[in-house]
Design a protein around this ligand. Sequence first.
Ligand code: CO
Length: 164
Amino acid sequence: MALRHIVYEGDEILTKKCRKVENFDRKLAELLKDMKETMIHFQGIGLAGPQVGMLRRLCVVGPFEDRYYELVNPEIIKAEGEQEGYEGCLSVPGYIGCVKRPQSIVVRAQDRKGEEFEYTFEGFPAVAVCHEIDHLDGIMYTTKAVDIHRPEDRPDEFTNSEEE
Ligand code: CO
């Protein structure tokens, strides 16, 4: 098990746009495996390349109905509806903020071998995937959120939030 160091808000790497993944090699597979372990270790439900210092278009999310997803070069090809809810970020520990996101999305992405898939995410998983794809474009949720606060200031809301 290899945990990666998490990059925190304030580090300019989090505001940079990531490059496409082009090499589907062993290094990529190891990175994705480490990212999943790191995400689970820190009790997140999503982790994107820049958050572990890699300016590459990839992220891991989950578990959603017991399933984890590796999204390499993900693109939102369809977005419908709207939802608003609190989200957090492993790069901004201790805070949550309210963001508007689509209710459902269809994402086209590759896996670690380069094979292409389309996934539909609805509800909270759609929030998580949008949050991670934003990271790949250097967009932090804190630039979109309103009402950013420490969850202990509103204990009733903390139970509904998870860190991405
Ligand atoms: Co995040």
